[in-house]
Design a protein around this ligand. Structure first.
Ligand SMILES: Nc1ncnc2c1ncn2[C@@H]1O[C@H](COP(=O)(O)OP(=O)(O)OP(=O)(O)O)[C@@H](O)[C@H]1O
Length: 391
């Protein structure tokens, strides 16, 4: 025993030492017991949670003067319920998510706020303020979009009369920052249509079936707000060809795509809804998306050529205080590889350089310094990205 407890053999001499060792052992065991007790309590409470009946989720519609609350339970009906004493009454407000007890008679917990996936995924602009002449270097594409989107929305009778079916959806493809979103907004503005902007990667939701629900809700909203244009950016996020559907995430993306195709198939070419998809990865799109009656008109939005760059620069220079040294032709010539977004940044940066110098005008030197800065900062990276992504 003494060996076990590390007690020195000569106990007569070492009584005090022995007692100290034993006391330490007792303390260590007490600590151990305490920690096991906590662990036991934790598992007991986990067991209780698992065995307790499930709660019902609801959203607060109104708080009544008599202290009761009207809620809409997610399982269906509106209910008038009490508030349990364990809940802070002040935290209950319209729009809050709460948990009801199993009988659905009382609020027993106020839940954490969370975002509505529909609201998170989209932006609605009743009247976008982009005009065709704000867009440079895309004259041909503007003409085509006007013909296949604007005209059928504005004058469906023309198409009916002649028996022509316009496309339900078009796909704008090309490198980033070339004006795809701008063009979609401009056509919505000119067609007096509501612009519903969704980013497809936001459709990929956490919960099973949620992506498909958001797609359904977006189309429902488009019908309510018609005439509407639904702009689906980064459509490759849900519309890429799939090689295998191994993970549940991939299956969820596939379900979302199926819902999108079903919604597109569900309306008529001359209904007052149009869909514009955008991607810089047309090479990886699922051919199902490009079948007739879906995104069946493909419009390339390339990087601007020298003429295009000149037009875009002119648009931005319109509102800038420049001096006589600024040569637009020269600027367009030395900005090969720049997108519309890059050219806009170039103008803004030149303005900043002028401000830093305390200059009242922006001159050619400011523009050239701005080009050098942008080139070294991002262009090389962009070109590499484009080389890999854009086909
Ligand atoms: N052709 C253009 N004419 C004028 N401005 C342009 C043009 N292209 C891009 N821009 C400017 O760049 C900004 C970004 O462009 P936009 O969002 O339309 O590009 P995008 O092609 O949709 O890009 P992404 O593929 O990254 O979504 C615009 O708000 C505009 O200021």
């Amino acid at each position: 025993m003494s060996d076990e407890l590390d007690i020195p053999r000569d106990t007569s001499v070492n009584d005090e030492h022995t007692i100290r060792i034993l006391e330490e052992k007792i303390r260590a065991m007490q600590i151990e017991t305490e920690s096991l007790r906590k662990e036991l309590n934790y598992y007991k409470s986990e067991m209780e949670k698992l065995l307790s009946p499930p709660l019902i989720e609801a959203i607060v519609l109104d708080v009544l003067e008599d202290g009761r609350v009207i809620v809409k339970s997610t399982s269906g009906p509106n209910l008038v319920v009490n508030v349990s004493d364990t809940v802070d009454f002040k935290s209950i407000r319209t729009g809050k998510y709460v948990a009801l007890n199993q009988r659905g008679s009382a609020i027993v917990e106020v839940l954490r706020d969370r975002e509505d996936p529909l609201i998170k995924s989209m932006e609605i602009i009743e009247k976008p303020n982009v005009k065709y002449n704000d867009i440079g270097g895309l004259d041909q594409q503007i003409l085509e979009v006007r013909e296949v989107v604007e005209l059928p929305l504005k004058k469906p009778s023309l198409f009916k009369e002649l028996g022509i079916t316009p496309p339900k959806g078009i796909l704008l493809y090309g490198p980033p920052g070339t004006g795809k979103t701008m063009l979609a907004k401009a056509v919505a503005a000119e067609s007096e249509a509501t612009f519903i902007h969704v980013v497809a990667s936001e459709f990929a939701q956490k919960f099973v079936g949620e992506g498909a629900r958001v797609v359904r809700d977006v189309f429902e909203l488009a019908r309510k707000k018609a005439p509407s244009i639904i702009f689906i950016d980064e459509i490759d996020a849900i519309g890429a060809k799939r090689v295998d559907l191994g993970t549940s995430g991939e299956r969820e993306v596939q379900r979302t795509l199926m819902q999108l195709l079903a919604e597109i198939d569900g309306f008529q070419p001359l209904d007052n809804i149009k869909i514009i998809g955008a991607t810089n990865r047309i090479d990886i799109l699922d051919p199902a998306l490009l079948r007739p009656g879906r995104f069946d008109r493909l419009i390339e939005i390339p990087l601007p050529n020298i003429q295009g760059r000149k037009q875009i620069l002119r648009i931005y220079l319109r509102n800038m205080k420049i001096d006589g040294s600024v040569d637009v032709d020269e600027l367009a010539r030395i900005t090969e590889g720049f997108s519309g977004a890059d050219l806009k940044n170039l103008c803004t940066e030149a303005g900043y350089i002028a401000i830093r110098e305390g200059s009242h005008f922006i001159n050619m030197t400011h523009f050239k310094a701005s080009i050098d800065r942008l080139r070294s900062k991002k262009i090389s990276k962009d070109v590499i990205d484009r080389g890999e992504k854009y086909v």
